[in-house]
Write a protein that binds this ligand. Structure first.
Ligand code: PGA
Length: 257
């Protein structure tokens, strides 16, 4: 059980999976089981084309809607892109930014993530800003350096009052979709580092209120040990979020007594 003063958040990153009917069905199943997770805030992040379908399925349930990416501009000639106000218009409260797949496959830099984070905060979206080291970086002993650069770069110049609204997700790249979860101690070490960095970017009391999620092969059988760590305030769940029972079981692990 989590004893943190921060309210726990568990987000499902559906990535580029499902079709419209299965997205609607999965969202409805999460809503149906929502009572079992107490005060844990649930967020569903479907593919953008299914945001409206999922938004309809969760309307009035308390389950929140999130996007997986967005543009850093409010409108204009950016073919194929989706603007932050459009996400708000569809009922999104959250948006995942700087996921390692965006960074590795689509070349997003910390500067890009910083621009998107500001663009999300401006109209009132809550960004879930992802950071995390690769296996090679961890093996070279560079985890702290890499995460420090990503946190400072992605959140540079954001005033403390705005930073207070950000959610950070620590997702070691070597743990994403691999079945290799970071040990609770490995995760806590980085989460503690991130909270210290947030204190430096804002102040200690702001940092104490910011939720830091762990992501990377979170499953029902490893969630409780992660949830027991002082600075792990929830999870960003990929594969296991595609099964309502698994997603809800993970969320339950983060429920407070
Ligand atoms: P995973 O993905 O849970 O399938 O490892 C996590 C993520 O990429 O957010």
């Amino acid at each position: 059980m989590s004893r943190s003063p921060r309210s726990p958040l568990v987000a499902g990153n559906w990535k580029m999976n499902l079709d419209r009917a299965s997205a609607r069905h999965l969202a409805a199943a999460v809503v149906a089981g929502r009572g079992a997770v107490g005060t844990v805030e649930l967020v569903l992040c479907p593919p953008a084309v299914y945001l409206e379908t999922v938004g309809d399925a969760i309307a009035g349930s308390g389950v929140a809607l999130g996007a997986q990416n967005m543009a850093d501009k409010p409108a204009g000639a950016f073919t194929g892109e989706i603007a932050p106000p459009m996400l708000l218009d569809l009922g999104c409260r959250y948006v995942i930014l700087g996921h390692s797949e965006r960074r590795a496959l689509y070349g997003e830099t910390d500067a890009d993530v910083n621009a998107k984070t500001r663009a999300a905060l401006a109209p009132g979206l809550v960004p879930i800003v992802c950071v995390g080291e690769t296996l090679e970086e961890r093996e070279q002993g560079r985890t702290a350096d890499v995460v420090t650069t990503q946190v400072r770069g992605s959140l540079a110049g954001i005033p403390p009052a705005e930073l207070a609204r950000v959610v950070v997700a620590y997702e070691p790249v070597w743990a994403i979709g691999t079945g290799k979860v970071a040990t609770p101690a490995q995760a806590q070490e980085v989460h503690g580092l991130v909270r210290g960095l947030l204190g430096g970017l804002a102040d200690a009391s702001t940092a104490a209120g910011i939720r830091i999620l762990y992501g990377g092969s979170v499953k029902p059988d490893n969630a409780a040990a992660l949830a027991a760590q002082a600075d792990i305030d929830g999870a960003l769940v990929g594969g296991a979020s595609l099964k309502a029972d698994d997603f809800l079981a993970i969320a339950q692990a983060f429920a407070r007594d």
